[in-house]
Design a protein. Structure first.
Length: 187
């Protein structure tokens, strides 16, 4: 009789959940029905590269939370990345700081410390809704998770999704207790 051990089955389950999270991000409602969401799953050696980049950021910027979050990345079985390509939306709402969407586009994109801007409010909303849909899926399937800004910063620096202007990371794990909500700050 074949036997699949608990750890092996749980790791397979995590990979399935991470893929379902990408489906949730993809099918989340988008402003004007225009999909500029970018997704990926990071595991294995790339997961360690992501954590190492977060440690470098911690040293460079003297911000201990990057290293704290790098520990969470290392303790996770997979990392879901969700980002957005930012372009004009043709609504002329002015939330980006420009009077019209054409002015927004003519201003050009500039790399900031972490992400590229300016950002269209509607693309930011799309990213937030995609993130919420993804973590909802993980939660429904009893997989621990937490949205992390600092993972996205490292993913941008590593060019893991070069088409994305803004990226957020969601580490996921299946352990005996949630590893993301009792972290000490500073470590």
């Amino acid at each position: 009789m074949p036997l699949v051990g608990g750890e092996e089955a749980e790791n397979e389950g995590i990979m399935q959940v991470s893929k379902l999270m990408l489906v949730s991000a993809r099918t989340a409602p988008k402003s004007g029905g225009i999909d500029d969401i970018v997704t990926a799953v990071v595991f294995g050696e790339e997961r360690e590269a992501l954590a190492a980049e977060m440690d470098r950021l911690s040293e460079e910027r003297k911000i201990s939370q990057f290293s704290r979050d790098a520990r969470s990345v290392r303790d996770s079985q997979a990392i879901v990345l969700i980002g957005v390509r930012v372009r004009k939306f043709d609504l002329n709402c002015g939330a980006c700081g420009y009077h019209t969407c054409d002015q927004f586009e003519k201003a050009g994109r500039k790399k900031g410390q972490d992400f590229t801007g300016p950002t269209c409010l509607f693309k930011s909303l799309d990213l937030g809704i995609a993130l919420g849909s993804a973590v909802k899926t993980a939660s429904i399937l009893n997989v621990d998770n937490r949205i992390m800004y600092r993972i996205g910063v490292a993913a941008i620096r590593l060019r893991l999704m070069p088409e994305a202007d803004v990226i957020m990371g969601i580490p996921i794990s299946a352990k005996g207790k949630n590893i993301y909500f009792d972290r000490k700050w500073p470590p």
